[in-house]
Design a protein around this ligand. Structure first.
Ligand SMILES: Cc1cc2nc3c(=O)[nH]c(=O)nc-3n(C[C@H](O)[C@H](O)[C@H](O)COP(=O)(O)OP(=O)(O)OC[C@H]3O[C@@H](n4cnc5c(N)ncnc54)[C@H](O)[C@@H]3O)c2cc1C
Length: 485
């Protein structure tokens, strides 16, 4: 950095009397109106429409994992896209790191930053436009807010995450998987258009046909090339009711075989699955499948359940309003919050496993796993398959097989569990074992990644990923805690 610049202190007279009035580059700290005013003034410290704060930062130095805590030096609560453009340009010029934050539901510091600025996008959450086939939203909106708006027009998103409290931008930067992914891919595969502010501070609207390189590279790019500020998503007609079938299996092989069959023949609209201990701590496999319907045309249960090997007599079948079904985690989350279990450490790991290797791998993992390893019953194991041909975002890396399984250990470090350190160590081992069989990480969990792991992750796309970084964020200011560069 230019010595002359680095010695200067930057102030902006226009913000005196509000929050921050400038940035001292030599001391790397923000200047408030109470600081001595003998510093050199910089006229380019931006004037924001929103708020720029240097106090009460605890929430941005934490996330859903409650494992990592970095020390941001400021948070921007933008009130316009222009605020983000201004901050990125300023930060680029003075080499200040930035982390965009949606709802902070990552588990290992991915939305945090040390000695930099967090952009809390939750203040940019407008639903800007809806028509019969598309919705245009700000990136800080949650899926719940988007869905509530589209349902007023009897429309829904083709796929939804299990928990609707995630932000649009945070999810699109990872991918967005759910029980409809076998049919529709990830949320990033259902995008019509993206609005992004690149690491150079350029605001770009992109789609398959317009600025297509930006569109292809930004989806699932882990906040590395730009900050998503808006998204136009595809809509489909919304059903009114959903019939949910919960089927119990005692045998992993049958469970996996039936899941594969169901995503091939597509008889259900939603396919997920869980692994949970019974009262003797043996693993049970729970298939959760659903069929949407309108009351005049009820699903044919016999046809839907034919040729499946679940434990007969243990199944439950329940009709729910569509909204209650897709928002089914809301009461669970409320309960976890009320009991304090939402605030304990969550060393999660999400793996994507090639279908042909999934049974052997999962059987071996489960044979060595006890409920204390995941902090059951708060901790959960999720297991369900997807069809690879539905996925087309280049940087959402999936195993090289026609079908693959999401295998997630949603560990919760409860008092009766093995504890957070042992869970993190187990994640690291599991990750190495998964990549050895051609597995991939779904990158939002608690695995300590490093540039070598990322290079293995992206494989032949690694050099394209590096080239995009140089092109869109040449000063490497964006989202450093992913630890890719
Ligand atoms: C209870 C729970 C349930 C979940 N269920 C699902 C699920 O069903 N399916 C699924 O796919 N995932 C699921 N997740 C994981 C989720 O996708 C990730 O946590 C994801 O990061 C979205 O959360 P967020 O919006 O809080 O993003 P954050 O954690 O805030 O951000 C995630 C990453 O994206 C970056 N980022 C945030 N906003 C932007 C932006 N606008 N532009 C560019 N980069 C940005 C951040 O810097 C960070 O690196 C779940 C997580 C939790 C805690």
């Amino acid at each position: 950095m230019n010595q002359d610049i680095s010695r200067r202190t930057f102030l902006n007279r226009s913000l005196i009397g509000t929050f921050i009035i400038g940035f001292d580059l030599s001391l790397r700290r923000w200047i408030t109106k109470n600081d001595p005013n003998d510093a050199l003034l910089a006229e380019d410290f931006p004037e924001f429409d929103g708020e720029f704060l240097t106090e009460d930062l605890n929430y941005v130095n934490d996330d859903f994992g409650h494992i990592i805590s970095k020390s941001a030096i400021a948070v921007l609560l933008p009130n316009s896209i222009d605020d983000i453009v201004k901050l990125v340009r300023f930060a680029r010029k003075y080499n200040i790191k930035i982390a965009p934050r949606g709802q902070g539901h990552s588990t290992f510091g991915q939305s945090q930053v040390d000695a930099g600025v967090v952009i809390d996008l939750s203040t940019l959450d407008r639903i800007r436009e809806i028509n019969a086939s598309e919705v245009l939203v700000d990136a800080g909106a949650t899926w719940l807010k988007v869905l509530e708006a589209t349902l007023k027009f009897d429309r829904t998103l083709p796929i939804l995450t299990d928990y609707l409290g995630l932000s649009v931008g945070g999810t699109l930067s990872v991918g967005g998987l759910g029980g409809q992914s076998f049919n529709y891919g990830a949320l990033v595969d259902n995008l019509v258009e993206l609005e992004v502010v690149t690491g150079k501070g350029n605001l770009i609207t992109c789609s398959r046909d317009r600025n297509s390189l930006v569109f292809q590279s930004l989806r699932s790019s882990l906040g590395q090339f730009g900050i998503v500020v808006g998204a136009r998503l595809r809509l489909i007609p919304a059903p009114t009711k959903t019939r949910v079938y919960t089927l119990i299996y005692k045998n992993l092989a049958n469970f996996i075989k039936d899941q594969e069959l169901l995503i091939e023949d597509g008889r259900f609209d939603y396919v997920e699955g869980f692994v949970s201990p019974d009262e003797s701590d043996r693993w049970l496999y729970i298939l959760e499948v659903a069929k949407h319907f309108n009351p005049t045309q009820e699903p044919d249960d016999d046809r839907l359940l034919t040729a499946l090997s679940f434990s007969l007599g243990k199944e439950t079948i329940e009709d729910r309003d569509y909204f209650d079904f897709v928002n089914r985690l809301a009461p669970v989350v409320e309960n976890l919050q009320a009991t304090g279990m939402w605030d304990i450490p969550h060393p999660w790991i999400d793996l994507l496993l090639p279908a042909e290797k999934a049974f052997d791998f999962i059987a071996e993992v489960l044979a060595g796993l006890t409920p204390a390893d995941i902090g059951s019953p708060v901790g959960l194991i999720v297991l369900y398959p997807m069809n690879r041909d539905k996925f087309n975002a280049p940087f959402l890396i999936t195993p090289n097989s026609n079908q693959f399984f999401l295998f997630s250990l949603f560990r919760a470090a409860t008092p009766d569990s093995i504890g957070v350190e042992a869970m993190l160590e187990a994640n690291q081992k599991l990750y190495r074992e998964a990549i050895a069989i051609g597995g991939k990480i779904y990158p939002n969990g608690s695995v300590a990644m490093n540039p070598i792991y990322w290079q293995q992750h992206y494989q032949s796309l690694w050099y394209a990923f590096v080239a995009h970084k140089s092109r869109f964020d040449p000063n490497q200011i964006l989202t450093p805690e992913q630890n890719i560069f």
